[in-house]
Design a protein. Structure first.
Lengths: 174, 512, 130
């Protein structure tokens, strides 16, 4: 009966998640890289090592590309990965990518600044920044907690575990 | 029995003040983390991996074991008080547990969960102590081809059985294998996929990957979807149970344990399935059937026991064969690797004291959980008042701290970010995380086994199939892969199971 | 209209009682706001269904026209100030608790913010048994 079949088809096509092509792109990129890199390797010493160092990366690379193709075919057919519905997540709302973007930006800032400015400062920045981006508006409280965590961890790692975290411009003061 | 001797020695090690301290920390941390939705034992162990660089192995594992068992317990606390499971394995507990709490019986629900967890944990750990060594002894006698087969089986099982989409499981797995390729080839010494960076010649530090995928990925994902409704917390005094409750609970505890342990021990068994099975069993066997759906204590006792027993069961393949069957076990294996300890059947031979100390501290941790958590239950409920921005900012902070501590280089932070984004991508597109981690851990080992087997077999591929165990395992693997196809053609058992689950879901939704 | 900042604790209940008295005195309506930022999993000040039921009953019994709202995901002070912006809002009633200066700095003080920023009269009350 055509009438009962059509709503089902409509529902499936509504669920087409084009963003999944991103995954395909990643798979192809990684697969291609592995294949390219493997081809630059020299073969193993055939008698002792018939498989050689090329086999694994080549096989993985090829399979990755095959998987990308399979996924690319499955996507327009409505294949959808169940987005991780963690206990704390409301999967039905569209993603708040702005927040994610800001967090990524904060992270990049930390990566760049951690060695020159030291952990004590960047750690504070990281915590206070992240808390603020995630919605906490108690700015002073965020900075205070961040500073406390950073300083405690700095000293704890140094005296307790023997790991010197970067001291940056506060070197000598701390 | 020499194993008993070892166990006693393990206890002696485990009760040293330092190790006891680690056990207490682990148990408290594990419960706290289990209570907080969104944070789990796998992520916590991952965040703590960097300390393995500076702490003795036994101390680290004692703490991780405490976190593992504690997480199970904490998860049930949230399920009962909040109707939001703290762990995915506590979903079933929430059904009856929360109803009991709403009816004013939160104390009994918590008590039966705690004591049931203790009983199951004790029995499960005892079974672990009994079974793991013989399995390991047997596994040692296996040759490289058989061991290769077993590892491949574990890969296939985790990828193809768990999770709804085999395609996505495979994608995760191969991404993980790809990551495992990075580094210097062990036989020919050539750098592979290192982008010309000498810093990558040791491969990407698995600790960084674990932290990135579990912690950063999760934090970023939650940041994209933060839910903002606080749920009711039901106030509770100290957990306790009346005589009637005890009478009704003890058999479900034992039955739950019987369900949980085998499932935990099997690759891809998991903890969700046995808790579900325990629930339907208790419902069918109960003399108080009408209470189910309104707060039947058996519906909490059984699943919670199953939950904890499955956790103990997971450790069997992990310790005896070096095969992880769930995320937390995979992360703990990472710790072994970072200590330079080769996980696998030789573990019992090479590091007996370490392993038996670990097992002894599982017993101790289990006991501590009961003793510490019963009085502290109201405190854990208070923990839920921590605002989420702080929780997730904290996760990002500790993740960064950990990654930085590994080698004190900014490159690791860049890797943390890259793989954190990969973790985010995986959560967005429903790619399961476990196959990726297992791919990273097992990939290099499988390649090594394969090439060594071939070396020993004189370069002959047939040699891979010459050992009986190998053949049996390959056959099992084939069955596992083909079963869904067969079932589809037969149209029955898989669907019925799903229908039963669906019914339950529909009824819940109607009631809620 | 009288605006009452409600929380599920003695301070909120004190505010409610005084709010009801004022509404009766002035012969006007009552708007009760019990909000939460939704940041924490468990917010003990956010009224649960049992408590909401009790509050509504109390309001219905006292014979004053009322409106009870529970906004989620908003800043409490801002929400109350917004309500006071309405041209018929005449008085804000809140319960206050004692905070040391350091406490105010670290934990924040909604009441302090309200007292300072609200352009219209604010009635700050404490529970009777303190």
């Amino acid at each position: 009966m055509t009438t009962t079949e059509e709503p089902q088809k409509e529902a499936a096509s509504n669920a087409v998640d084009k963003a999944q092509y991103l995954v395909c792109a990643v798979l192809v990129a990684v697969g291609a890289f592995l294949i390219y890199d493997a081809l630059t390797l020299e073969a193993g010493f055939a008698k002792v090592d018939p498989v050689g160092p090329k086999f694994f990366p080549l096989a993985i690379g090829i399979i990755l590309i095959v998987l990308a193709v399979i996924l690319a075919i499955a996507i327009p057919r409505g294949s959808v990965g169940e987005a991780d519905a963690g206990e704390d997540v409301d999967p039905n709302s569209p993603g708040d990518w702005r927040t994610v973007g800001m967090l990524v930006g904060l992270f990049i800032a930390v990566i760049v600044l951690v060695e020159p400015l030291g952990w004590a400062i960047t750690g504070t920045l990281l915590f206070a920044g992240a808390a603020t981006i995630l919605g906490s508006r108690h700015y002073i409280r965020n900075i205070v907690i961040g500073a406390a965590l950073s300083l405690i961890s700095f000293y704890a790692f140094y005296s307790g575990l023997g790991i010197p975290l970067p001291a940056g411009i506060l070197d000598g003061i701390l | 029995m020499e194993n008993l001797d070892w166990l006693i020695q393990g206890f002696e090690q485990a009760v040293t003040p330092m190790n006891l301290l680690y056990a207490v920390i682990g148990v408290l941390l594990g419960t706290a983390v289990g209570v907080l939705p969104g944070i789990g034992p796998a992520m916590t162990v991952a965040l703590l991996l960097p300390i393995t660089y500076n702490v003795s192995p036994s101390a680290a594992f004692i703490m991780f074991a405490g976190i593992f068992y504690g997480g199970m317990y904490g998860g049930s606390t949230t399920s009962i008080l909040l109707n939001t499971p703290g762990e995915s394995s506590s979903v079933i507990t929430a059904i009856e547990g929360n109803k009991m709490a709403k009816a004013g019986r939160a104390a009994q629900a918590l008590a039966t969960a705690a004591i049931g967890s203790f009983v199951a944990g004790a029995i499960g750990t005892a079974l672990l102590a009994a079974f793991a060594p013989p399995i390991s002894k047997f596994a040692v006698t296996l040759g490289a081809p058989s061991y290769l087969a077993i590892m491949l089986f574990a890969l296939v099982a985790v990828t193809a059985v768990l999770g709804a989409s085999k395609l996505r499981g495979a994608i995760s797995l191969f991404l993980g294998l790809a990551i495992g390729v990075v580094g210097i080839d062990f036989l020919t010494g050539q750098p592979r996929a290192t982008f010309g960076l000498p810093l990558l010649s040791d491969g990407i530090d698995i600790v960084v990957i674990a932290v990135a995928i579990f912690a950063v990925g999760e934090a970023l994902w939650v940041a994209a979807h933060l839910r903002r409704r606080p749920t009711d917390v039901i106030p509770v005094g100290r957990p306790w149970m009346g005589r009637d409750d005890w009478r009704r609970s003890w058999k479900p505890w034992l039955r739950g344990t019987a369900y949980g342990f085998p499932f935990g021990a099997l690759p891809a068994g998991g903890a969700e399935l046995p808790t579900f099975l325990s629930y339907i069993t208790e419902k069918r066997l109960s003399k108080h059937k009408d209470e189910f759906g309104k707060g039947a204590i058996e519906g909490v006792a059984g699943p919670e026991a199953a939950n904890n027993a499955s956790a103990a069961g997971t450790l069997v393949p992990m310790l005896s064969l070096g095969l992880p069957t769930n995320a937390t076990a995979a992360v703990m294996l990472t710790a072994f690797v970072s200590y330079g300890i080769q996980p696998g059947p030789t573990l019992f031979e090479k590091e007996p004291l370490l392993i038996w100390t670990l097992i002894a501290s599982l017993f101790i941790g289990n006991f501590l959980l009961l003793v510490i958590n019963l009085p502290l239950a109201p405190l854990w409920a208070k923990l839920l008042r921590t605002p989420r921005p702080y929780l997730y900012a904290g996760i990002l902070f500790f993740a960064t701290l950990g990654a930085l501590a590994v080698n004190v280089q900014a490159l690791d932070l860049a890797l943390l970010l890259v793989f954190g984004l990969v973790g985010l991508m995986m959560r967005r597109f429903g790619l399961p995380v476990l196959p990726l981690i297992i791919g990273v851990i097992l990939g290099p080992r499988i390649e090594r086994q394969l090439r060594q087997s071939l070396q020993l077999g004189g370069g002959d591929w047939i040699s891979l199939f010459k050992e009986p165990v190998a053949i049996i395992v390959y056959v099992l693997m084939a069955i596992l892969l083909l079963m869904p196809l067969v079932l589809k053609l037969m149209h029955r058992p898989e669907e019925t199971l799903l229908i039963v689950e669906d019914d339950k879901d529909q009824r819940e939704k109607a009631e809620a | 209209m009288i605006v009452v900042g409600y929380s599920a604790d003695p301070y909120g209940r004190a505010a409610l009682e005084h709010g009801i008295e004022e509404a009766k005195l002035r012969g006007t309506t009552l708007k009760v706001i019990n909000s939460t930022t939704g940041d924490a999993y468990a917010d003990p000040r956010f009224a649960r269904s049992g408590e909401v039921h009790d509050v509504e009953k109390r309001l219905a019994d006292c014979g004053v026209e009322f409106e009870l709202t529970q906004p989620v995901g908003v800043d409490t002070a801002e929400e109350l100030l917004k309500a006071m912006d309405g041209h018929d809002a005449e008085l804000l009633v809140i319960g206050i608790r004692h905070r040391t200066p350091v406490g105010k700095l670290l934990l924040g003080s909604v009441s302090q913010q309200l007292l300072l920023e609200c352009p219209k009269p604010v009635l700050a009350v404490k529970p009777d048994d303190l």
